[in-house]
Write a protein that binds this ligand. Structure first.
Ligand SMILES: Cc1cc2nc3c(=O)[nH]c(=O)nc-3n(C[C@H](O)[C@H](O)[C@H](O)COP(=O)(O)OP(=O)(O)OC[C@H]3O[C@@H](n4cnc5c(N)ncnc54)[C@H](O)[C@@H]3O)c2cc1C
Length: 403
């Protein structure tokens, strides 16, 4: 019997897990697979970290597959160890623990690293990022006596971290440098409504507030803002964005820019080393969301199994996961120079902004009622002309289809 092809997957996050499932469905038993994950737990649904933080969910709800799932398929799962070096010409991966793995083909699924703002005090105990289960455990431990918390960053992650902590009864101040929350996904009106809803959850929101320093001896004691205000706290959560984890690829001589450069087959600059998920840069784009990672995993499973299809890129959409605050954004939501249709009901409150170019929907922001978000996203992705339903467009799918 011919020897199986050796596949080493670096990272056991959401993209790697989806790749394993896709390979199991299409090319079961064809590869001799080893997955190396730096975290000590098997892959879990990172998107559900905020309900894990708030206590609405437990580990069992977020874990994607138990260790037995891997074992039953003959997949070797190495956890709590990182691939420290790759040698593309020798086709070996060396682990931090010292072991060396040989491979025929290798997949990098190393995700992203949270950005630590370059402010004094960023390395003090009690300063955390919001990326993995270890962060959740540390935040829970630090705030068990109700220590006030400052979350730096008013994007999706910062808001979800603030909400998760507030749900557990922790006093939270959310500090954001911009003049509105989630400015990369929301226009001014939707962001205004969001701020009101977040404040109604008991969170203090400070906009146009720049962190100058994190003060404390060994442990954080306060956040000092540029304008002189001081916010006493026992925990600081930095949610100031992520950058693709390219260190391993770069050191191995693979081409990288912001992310690891890949072609439409998800191959890096070495033909036997592939990359998927948040660590990649494809056609100039680095995605910070899971849907593109899943599409890349499906494409790569096909490529590894001998198909020739390619990954064309993804039109992304964002949903905020704060209960009772439905927010959706996709595409070109600012719509500079485009036509916009705005629907607003201040009392509910409900708000929809639809952006059109050449009678095609190119962007949407929904606040309050997001039930039709998939329909709007499909209209954006398909690029279909919407002239026939234009008058009904702001009222949603049922209305448009009945028109
Ligand atoms: C709190 C939170 C909420 C989110 N909410 C949403 C959302 O609502 N919608 C959405 O689309 N996306 C959301 N995301 C983003 C989503 O989780 C990511 O897009 C997704 O996890 C990307 O998958 P990945 O496999 O590329 O990276 P990851 O899931 O981060 O996995 C990468 C793994 O590789 C490991 N690793 C890195 N280097 C090495 C190495 N050298 N050796 C071994 N292992 C290594 C890392 O430890 C990590 O476990 C959220 C993220 C967070 C943190």
């Amino acid at each position: 019997m011919a020897e199986k092809e050796k596949l080493v997957i670096v990272g056991n996050g959401m993209a790697a897990m989806r790749l394993l499932e896709e390979l199991d469905a299409r090319a079961s038993g064809r590869f001799d697979i080893t997955v190396v994950g730096a975290e000590t737990r098997p892959a879990y649904n990172r998107i559900l970290l905020s309900p894990l933080l708030s206590g609405e969910m437990a580990w069992e709800d977020v874990c994607l597959k138990p260790a037995e799932w891997y074992a039953e398929r003959g997949i070797r799962l190495v956890l709590g160890d990182a691939v420290a070096a790759l040698d593309p010409s020798a086709k070996t991966a060396t682990l931090a623990s010292g072991a060396t793995l040989g491979f025929d083909r290798c997949v990098l699924a190393t995700g992203s690293t949270p950005i630590l703002l370059p402010v004094p005090g960023k390395h003090l105990a009690g300063v955390r990022t919001f990326r993995d289960v270890a962060d959740i455990e540390a935040m829970t431990e630090t705030t068990k006596d109700g220590a006030p918390t400052v979350v730096i960053g008013g994007g999706l992650l910062g808001i979800e971290a603030a909400y998760g902590l507030a749900r557990r009864g922790v006093p939270v101040t959310l500090v954001h440098i911009m003049d509105r929350l989630m400015e990369r996904q929301l226009d001014a009106e939707a962001a205004r409504l969001l701020k009101l809803a977040i404040e109604a959850k008991g969170i203090t929101v400070l906009l146009e507030a720049q962190t100058a320093e994190i003060a404390g001896e060994a442990h954080v004691e306060a956040v000092r803002l540029k304008d002189g205000r001081e916010l006493p706290c026992g925990l600081v959560v930095m949610a100031a964005g992520v950058r693709p984890e390219t260190g391993l690829a770069k050191a191995a001589g693979l081409s990288t820019e912001r992310g690891i450069l890949v072609d439409d087959q998800l191959a890096t600059s070495h033909p036997d080393i592939f990359a998927i998920g948040e660590c990649i840069q494809h056609r100039g784009a680095c995605y910070g969301l899971v849907e593109p990672a899943y599409e890349q995993a499906a494409t790569l499973a096909g490529v590894l199994a001998g198909e020739t299809r390619g990954y064309p890129g993804t039109v992304v959409a964002t949903n905020l996961k704060v209960s009772g605050v439905p927010v959706f954004s996709a595409g070109d939501f600012e719509g500079e120079g485009a036509e916009t249709i705005i629907y607003r009901d201040g009392a509910l409150p409900a708000y929809r902004k639809l952006v059109l170019r050449d009678n095609r929907l190119v962007g949407a922001v929904l606040y309050g009622d997001t039930a039709d978000s998939h329909w709007y996203l499909e209209l954006i992705r398909s690029g279909r002309a919407v002239l026939d339903i234009r008058a009904a467009l702001p009222f949603g799918q049922a209305y448009a289809e009945a028109a």
